[in-house]
Design a protein around this ligand. Structure first.
Ligand SMILES: Nc1ncnc2c1ncn2[C@@H]1O[C@H](COP(=O)(O)OP(=O)(O)OP(=O)(O)O)[C@@H](O)[C@H]1O
Length: 849
C-alpha cells in the first residue's frame, strides 16, 4: 500500500492549531522517523482505543511508517478518505531526527481527539536495530503487536465481554443468513446450509447415537454410480446442525422447530455428510432435505460465565488459579523452583527418544510453580513433549486437566498418552527412601535437588470428556460415556429405565374409568417417580465415580468449561495448541488448577474469529502470545523446541530464518528427506506474464472467496505430473493448500471432473491453510491465488499463514504464484527469492509443454 497524498490538514506541529478535522473516517500517516518504541506504543494505544493500526512502506529503506485509522462507523471500511500525512519536515524543521513523544501525543490529540497523555504510560523498551530487523522479517499482524498490551483484569473483562458479544452477533448473523435463504435461491445453496440432500444410510453403534449419512439426491437415473460432490459449503466436523425437509420454509415450520432433529456433524466427505443424532429422524424417506448450521450459543454462554467468574475469583480471598491470574495481569511474578544444576535434566523419561530441547522444556515446566510454556515450531515434537510432561506430573501423584481448542488435538494427546506405560500398568517408584516425605518437602522447600517419581501402585486412568460424535474412534473407549456405560451403576440405571418402560406400557393399558385400575395407576406412577429418581442417581454416581478416579481428564476448552466438570480441581492444567485458543477460554480453565502449562506456536495461525471487528480489537490475541512476549518474564518461563522431525532441510531453512531467528535444526532422520524423482525439493511456478484474464484472481475484496482459474489449471497439471508413471507419487501423499476458500471450491470441482478420467484424483486432499494446520503431507502444492494489476496481496501477507502452508510438507513444495504481484510484499518477496535460489524455477508456460 502506498501512502495517499496528503490533504490540506497537515499542519500539526503547532500545538495551538487544534483545527477540528472531519470526524469520520480518518487516516493519519505518522512520521517515518518515529522510532520502534514509539511505533509500538502507537500500535498499542490504537488497539486499546479501537482504532485500526498498521504499517506501510519498507523497513529496509527507512520508509516504514505507522498508520492509525478511524474507520467509517457504518461501513467499517478502510476508505482512505481524510488522509492526514504528517510530513517529516514538520517535525520542528529537522527532517531526520526522531519526533519527540510529546509531538506524537499532540498529533494523536489533535486528530483523534483522544488524550494520549504520555508515552511513559507504556512499558515498551525500544528495540535495537538487529531486533527490529528480525521483527520485520518475522512480521506479525496487528493482533501480535497488541499482544504486549497488559491491562487490569477489570479492563480486560469489560473489553472481552464486549468482544464476545460482537462475535456472538456475527455468528448469529451468519447462521440466520443461512436459515433465511429461500430454498429456491441460487439453486438453494448457501455456505451455511446444504440443500437437496437425502438420507442414504442410518446406523447405530456410536455409544447410543444414530449416524445418518446424507448425499445429494441424484436427479437423473442415468447419472454415474457415485454421488455428485457436495456443493460449496462451510460445514466442518463437529458443527451443531439441524435437519429438515427442504420444501418447507423455515418460517412455516415454526411450530415444530424444537422437534426438528439437531445433531453434530460426524464426518464430511466430498460427496457425503454424516450426522450423529440422538434418535432416528422421522422423515427418513423424505427427500430433498436441508442441513443448516446452528450458531453455538452454548459455547458463548460458557465463555461469558468464565470471564465473569475471573473477576469474582480475584476479588475473593482464595481461589484455585488465582496465582496464575495474578501473573497474567502482572501483579505477581512467576515462581520457578531454584536448583543449583538448573540446566540438568532431573527426571527419568518414559519416552527414551526425547531430544535435548524437549527434555529441557519438560524440566522447565516441572520446575515452574505457576506457569510454564513450551514453544513448538512445526514438527518439533510439541505434543510429544506435552505427553511426556503430563506423564511426569501423573507419576508425581498429580491430577492433570489436558485441554485444547480442537477435538482433533485433544484426541491426539489422549491416543498418545494411552501408550505411555504409566497409564497401562502400575509403575514402581524410582527412589523409595525419599518417596514418603515428598509432599511435605514440596510444600516447604522449593529448592529440591532431585525430583522423585512417587508412583501409586494403581494404574492411572485417562478420561476423555466430549460428545461421542466429536471423538476419534480410537479414543472412544477412553470417553466418559464409555466408562459410564461399562460401570455397575450404569447397568442399574439401565434396569431402572427398562422397568419404567414396562410400567408405562402397563399404565397405557389401564382403563381409568375403573376404580381398581385408577388405584393401580396411582401406585404405578409413584413407582415410576421412584425409578426415575433412582435412574438419575445411578447415572450421576457413575459419572462422579469415573471422574473422581481419573488422573487425567482430557477435553476441549469449551468442554472443560461444561457443567459436568464444574467442580473438578487439578494440580496442573495443560493447554496444547494454546496459540490457537481464545485467551478467555484458556483463562476460564486456569481457574481449575494450581499451575498452567501452555504448548503452542504463536507464529502459526491464531484462533478463528468470525467478527473482523472483534479480531481487530484483540479477540484473536492469545494468552500464549501475550505470555511469551512478556518482557519481564516471558523468556524465563518459555523453552523453544529446536529440532524438527518433519521436513527436508531446504523446506525448514526458509521458515527458520523467516520466523524463528534461524534457530531450527533438522533431525538427521529428515534432513535429506526427498523424492528421488525430483532434482530439487522446492519448485517455483511463476505465472507472471500469462494471459491476464486467465490468471487474474477474481472475487470480493473483503472476504476469502477469491479464486484464480489459471492457477487452478496449473495445480491440476502439477498433480497429473506427480501421479504420472515418471513420478509415481501416491495420491494420499499430495496435499493442495490455498489461503482462499473460493479457490478451494474451484479446485475441488476440477478434481471431481478429473477424477472421472483418472480415479487417483479423488484422493488428493485440497484445503485452506487453516484446514491444514497441524497436519502434514509428503508433497504440498501451494496456490497463492493473488494476481492483479494493483499488486495487492491481502491476507496472504500474514507471515503466519504462509509459515503454516510451507511447513506442512515433508519432502517437496511446489509454490504457484504471480511473482510480480506477491513480490510487492517484502515478506513474500523473501519467500519467492528463497525458492528461486534454492529450488527449480518453472514458468507456467513451460509446464504446459
Ligand atoms: N525426539 C524425537 N525423536 C524422534 N522423533 C520425534 C521426536 N519428537 C517428535 N518426534 C516425531 O516428530 C513428529 C511430530 O511430533 P509431534 O506431533 O509431537 O509434533 P508437533 O510439534 O506437535 O507437531 P505440529 O507441528 O503438527 O503441531 C512425530 O512423528 C513424532 O513421532
Amino acid at each position: 500500500m502506498s501512502p495517499s497524498p496528503s490533504n490540506s490538514n497537515t499542519n500539526t506541529n503547532n500545538k495551538t492549531n487544534a483545527a477540528v478535522l472531519p470526524l469520520l473516517p480518518l487516516r493519519v500517516l505518522f512520521p517515518k522517523s518515529a522510532n520502534a518504541r514509539q511505533r509500538a506504543i502507537l500500535h498499542e494505544f490504537a488497539s486499546k482505543n479501537g482504532l485500526l493500526h498498521y504499517s506501510i512502506g519498507e523497513a529496509e529503506n527507512k520508509s516504514r511508517r505507522i498508520v492509525l485509522e478511524r474507520p467509517d462507523e457504518k461501513e467499517e471500511t478502510r476508505s482512505g478518505n481524510n488522509t492526514v500525512e504528517i510530513d517529516e519536515d514538520e517535525n520542528d524543521g529537522t527532517s531526520l531526527s526522531e519526533p519527540t513523544d510529546e509531538y506524537l501525543c499532540d498529533i494523536v490529540r489533535t486528530h483523534f481527539q483522544i488524550d494520549l497523555k504520555s508515552f511513559d504510560e507504556y512499558d515498551i523498551v525500544e528495540k535495537n536495530d538487529d531486533e527490529q530487523k528480525k521483527n520485520n522479517k518475522s512480521r506479525q499482524t496487528n493482533a501480535s503487536t497488541s499482544a504486549v498490551s497488559i491491562t487490569t483484569i477489570s479492563e480486560w473483562t469489560t473489553k472481552t465481554l464486549h468482544l464476545l458479544e460482537l462475535e456472538r452477533v456475527e455468528e448469529i448473523a451468519q447462521s440466520l443468513d443461512a436459515l433465511n435463504t429461500s430454498t429456491s435461491k441460487k439453486k438453494g445453496q448457501h455456505k451455511n446450509a446444504l440443500d437437496g440432500l437425502k438420507i442414504v444410510d442410518a446406523r447405530g453403534g456410536l455409544l447410543g447415537q444414530t449416524i445418518v449419512t446424507l448425499e445429494v439426491s441424484k436427479r437423473k437415473m442415468t447419472e454415474k454410480d457415485f454421488a455428485p460432490p457436495l456443493p460449496t459449503h462451510s460445514f466442518t466436523p463437529h458443527d451443531v446442525v439441524r435437519l429438515r425437509p427442504s420444501n418447507v420454509k423455515f418460517e412455516e415450520m415454526s411450530t415444530s422447530n424444537s422437534e426438528l432433529p439437531q445433531g453434530v456433524i460426524y464426518r464430511i466427505r466430498d460427496s457425503s455428510v454424516e450426522l450423529a443424532l440422538d434418535d432416528v429422524p422421522e422423515f427418513l424417506d423424505v427427500s430433498p432435505l436441508r442441513l443448516e448450521k446452528l450458531s453455538n450459543e452454548q459455547t458463548h454462554k460458557k465463555l461469558v460465565l468464565a470471564v465473569q467468574g475471573l473477576q469474582h475469583a480475584l476479588a475473593s480471598g482464595y481461589s484455585l488459579g488465582k496465582n496464575i491470574l495474578e501473573i497474567v495481569f502482572e501483579s505477581a511474578s512467576p515462581r520457578i523452583i531454584h536448583c543449583d544444576n538448573a540446566n540438568a535434566v532431573r527426571f527419568h523419561p518414559f519416552n527414551e527418544n526425547l531430544d535435548c530441547s524437549q527434555k529441557s522444556a519438560i524440566q522447565l515446566c516441572l520446575d515452574c510453580v505457576d506457569v510454564g510454556i513450551i514453544h513448538g515450531p512445526p514438527g518439533t515434537g510439541k505434543t510429544t513433549a506435552v505427553v511426556e510432561y503430563v506423564s511426569q506430573e501423573v507419576a508425581r501423584g498429580n491430577r492433570v486437566l489436558v485441554c485444547s481448542a480442537s477435538n482433533v488435538a485433544v484426541d491426539n494427546v489422549v491416543e498418545r498418552l494411552s501408550g505411555v506405560s504409566i497409564f497401562r500398568t502400575a509403575t514402581v517408584s524410582v527412589d523409595n527412601k525419599k518417596k514418603k516425605g515428598r509432599r511435605e518437602r514440596k510444600k516447604k522447600d522449593l529448592s529440591v535437588e532431585i525430583e522423585i517419581l512417587a508412583v501409586d501402585d494403581q494404574s492411572k486412568t485417562i478420561v476423555r470428556y466430549g460428545h461421542p460424535a466429536r471423538l476419534a474412534p480410537a479414543v472412544l473407549d477412553a470417553s466418559l460415556d464409555a466408562y459410564i456405560l461399562r460401570s455397575d451403576d450404569s447397568a442399574l440405571a439401565k434396569e431402572c429405565s427398562e422397568d419404567s418402560k414396562k410400567i408405562r406400557t402397563r399404565i397405557s393399558k389401564l382403563d381409568y374409568r375403573k376404580k381398581e385400575d385408577r388405584a393401580e395407576r396411582n401406585d404405578l406412577r409413584r413407582e415410576l417417580r421412584e425409578l426415575a429418581k433412582e435412574e438419575k442417581k445411578r447415572q450421576k454416581l457413575a459419572q462422579a465415580k469415573t471422574l473422581e478416579k481419573a488422573s487425567v481428564i482430557c477435553a476441549t476448552l469449551a468442554g472443560a468449561l461444561s457443567f459436568a466438570l464444574k467442580n473438578e480441581e487439578f494440580d496442573v492444567v495443560v493447554v496444547d495448541e494454546a496459540a490457537q485458543a481464545l485467551e478467555c477460554a484458556v483463562l476460564g480453565v486456569v481457574m481449575k488448577g494450581k499451575k498452567l502449562v501452555l504448548a503452542g506456536d504463536h507464529l502459526q495461525l491464531p484462533p478463528t474469529v468470525l467478527s473482523d471487528e472483534a479480531a481487530q480489537k484483540g479477540l484473536s490475541t492469545t494468552l500464549f502470545e501475550r505470555l511469551v512476549r512478556n518482557k519481564r518474564f516471558g523468556a524465563k518461563i518459555t523453552t523453544m523446541l529446536n529440532t524438527q522431525y518433519r521436513m527436508h532441510e531446504d523446506i525448514m531453512v526458509w521458515s527458520s530464518d523467516a520466523m524463528y531467528d534461524s534457530k531450527l535444526i533438522a533431525a538427521e532422520s529428515v534432513r535429506f528427506r526427498k523424492f528421488e524423482q525430483f532434482d530439487k525439493v522446492l519448485t517455483l511456478v511463476d505465472t507472471t506474464g500469462e494471459d491476464d484474464s486467465f490468471m487474474e484472481n477474481v472475487g470480493d475484496d473483503d472476504d476469502d472467496s477469491k479464486s484464480n482459474l489459471g492457477e487452478a489449471e496449473i495445480v491440476m497439471q502439477t498433480i497429473e505430473k506427480f501421479l504420472s508413471d515418471a513420478y509415481k507419487i501416491l495420491p494420499n501423499e499430495i496435499g493442495v493448500i490455498t489461503p482462499y476458500s473460493g479457490q478451494v471450491s474451484l479446485l475441488r470441482e476440477m478434481r471431481a471432473a478429473r477424477a472421472e478420467e483418472n480415479a487417483l484424483f479423488k484422493d488428493i486432499e485440497i484445503s485452506t491453510v487453516d484446514g491444514f494446520q497441524g497436519r502434514e503431507k509428503e508433497a504440498i502444492i501451494i496456490s497463492t491465488v493473488r494476481s492483479n494489476e494493483n499488486n495487492e496481496v491481502g491476507f496472504l501477507s500474514d507471515a503466519r499463514r504462509m509459515n503454516v502452508a510451507v511447513t506442512r510438507a515433508r519432502k517437496h513444495v511446489t509454490l504457484i504464484c504471480n511473482c510480480e504481484t506477491v513480490s510487492k510484499d517484502t515478506f513474500l518477496a523473501h519467500l519467492v527469492q528463497y525458492f528461486e535460489e534454492n529450488g527449480e524455477l518453472v514458468s507456467s508456460a513451460q509446464l504446459r509443454l
